[in-house]
Design a protein around this ligand. Structure first.
Ligand code: GLY
Ligand code: MN
Ligand code: MN
Length: 474
């Protein structure tokens, strides 16, 4: 859409029309005063305040700067939907672009954010990216402060801090980075600490994750009901149906949905989703709703399109299920983060013997050895990652706190073993080629084990068949 259909100025990139003085005068006057009722504090506000308090306590006497980032160009003058930065979202909760959290040396936090637009100047109707007439009104600083429980100041006031030595979360906002002379090592330390701050989820975060998972379960049900439409079209139908649920109940999908029918399941991140969906084949669906506070689910089910597994498909599926059971049993406080992975790999390696891929139990054991690892040709990836605001959450945590760390109550992680037999893998029996199976659930570590947040979706082969049948009957 262009601003107007008439009078375009030739040679302007956007073909915007000229704006005579009389028009400017008219557009900038005659608007009713806005009244606003301040919102009640958000349920997550006290939790985020506590995180900011811990941040200030970790770096006492320092300036700390956490930007959220801004719009990213998709093409020409269109942008991707804005998604707040993860560290910022965890600490503040505002969804406004370009906002910046600053913690001062006394430990006080201020949110710098663009204020409501002044309609006495033309930008509100001339600026396509930010103009309130184009994109809708922004929340006022007062209402943001009331909602999020943090002091707010106009974004332009950030300039006053130019030249202040600060630790900055980099990679989100070049304009903010230019304001603060900061050293890379100190900045990295901040990002690492913020990643590790997210390892243990508080009660509010677990509730947010459960909501995202619940919507994801509904999305999977939507998809099963619509499998006939997918058969008549393509994997894209599934992506669209799930995306509808994600947008209606949450913010978006937490990552590009993987809707992989037939041998596409062997491509780990198959997101083209443009292939056929056929009876007799499996369809691997790795999809997650991202909720309103950006916590995302990450769930995979591998379904027989017809509703019933063939014998060979079931054999592979049941093996992956057994591996997942072993991994889930290993998810408890005090266990190593890699223990569920190791438990699942042992089951898979020995199961590969029964499938006719590895020779015998000795061969399976040999393949599990550190200096061998042939089984990985078919297992391809790790069994777990942390889950939260990022699908691969806490990515900057140190190895000793994450990969080589110990599971604790409040850790939320995926448990997702898989087996993948590429269609042209000459080392496996022919009837396995093109079969890919992954089962992925999201669990929270509890005081004495773990709780499966996605337990509402059946995992075992008989349960999956019964669930599909009941959905298709209704
Ligand atoms: N959906 C990406 C993953 O499972 O890690
Ligand atoms: Mn996944
Ligand atoms: Mn995952």
């Amino acid at each position: 859409m262009s601003e107007d259909e008439t009078g375009a100025e030739p040679g302007t990139a956007s073909h915007d029309p000229a704006r005579p003085e009389r028009l400017l005068e008219s557009m900038t006057t005659g608007w009713a005063e806005r009244t606003e009722e301040l919102p009640a504090p958000a349920a997550g506000a006290p939790y985020r305040a506590e995180r900011r308090r811990r941040l200030a306590a970790r770096f006492p006497g320092e300036w700390l700067v956490v930007p959220t980032g801004g719009y990213k160009v998709r093409a020409n003058d269109t942008e991707y939907r804005f998604r707040p930065g993860t560290e910022f979202a965890h600490l503040v909760g505002s969804h406004q672009p370009d906002a910046v959290l600053v913690v001062d040396p006394q430990g006080d936090a201020v949110l710098y954010q663009a204020p409501t637009m002044d309609r006495s100047t033309p930008a509100f109707f001339t600026d396509r990216m930010y103009g309130e007439l184009w994109v809708g009104p922004r929340p006022s600083l007062a209402s943001t402060s009331a909602l999020l429980g943090v002091e707010t100041r106009p974004l332009d006031d950030l300039e006053a801090l130019k030249g202040t030595a600060a630790r900055v979360v980099r990679g989100y906002d070049a304009r903010v980075e230019e304001l603060f002379p900061s050293d890379e090592e100190a900045d990295r330390e901040l990002v690492t600490w913020l990643s590790e701050l997210r390892l243990v989820k508080d009660a509010h975060e677990v509730a947010q994750l459960q909501e995202a998972v619940d919507s994801t379960v509904t999305g999977f049900e939507d998809v099963v009901r619509q499998l006939d439409a997918a058969k008549a079209t393509s994997e894209r139908w599934i992506e669209g149906v799930f995306g509808l649920r994600a947008r209606v109940e949450g913010n978006d999908v937490g990552y590009g949905s993987i809707c992989a029918a037939g041998s596409h399941a062997c491509t780990l991140h198959w997101t083209d989703n443009d292939g056929p969906v056929r009876d007799g084949e499996l369809v691997l669906l790795d999809m997650g709703v991202e909720g309103h506070e950006l916590y995302t689910a990450d769930v995979t089910r591998t379904l027989p399109v017809s509703g019933t597994f063939s014998d060979r498909q079931r054999q592979v599926y049941d093996l992956v299920f057994a591996a997942q059971e072993a991994a889930l049993a290993a998810c408890r406080p005090g266990a190593g983060f890699l223990d569920p992975h190791r438990a699942a790999m042992r089951v898979l390696a020995h199961g590969l013997v029964e499938l006719g891929v590895l020779a015998d139990a000795d061969d399976a054991e040999a393949s599990l050895a550190e200096d061998d690892q042939r089984y990985r040709r078919w297992t391809l990836h790790g069994v777990s990652h942390m889950l939260g605001i990022d699908v691969h959450d806490c990515a900057h945590a140190r190895d000793e706190a994450y990969r080589h760390g110990t599971l604790e109550p409040g850790h939320v992680l995926t448990v997702e073993p898989g087996l993948y037999f590429q269609p042209d893998d000459l080392t496996v029996p022919e009837d396995l080629r093109g079969i890919g199976v992954r089962i992925e659930d999201d669990v929270v570590v509890t005081e004495d084990g773990c709780r499966n947040l996605s337990a509402a979706l059946p995992r075992d082969s008989a349960g999956v068949e019964a669930w599909m049948a009941s959905l298709r009957e209704r």
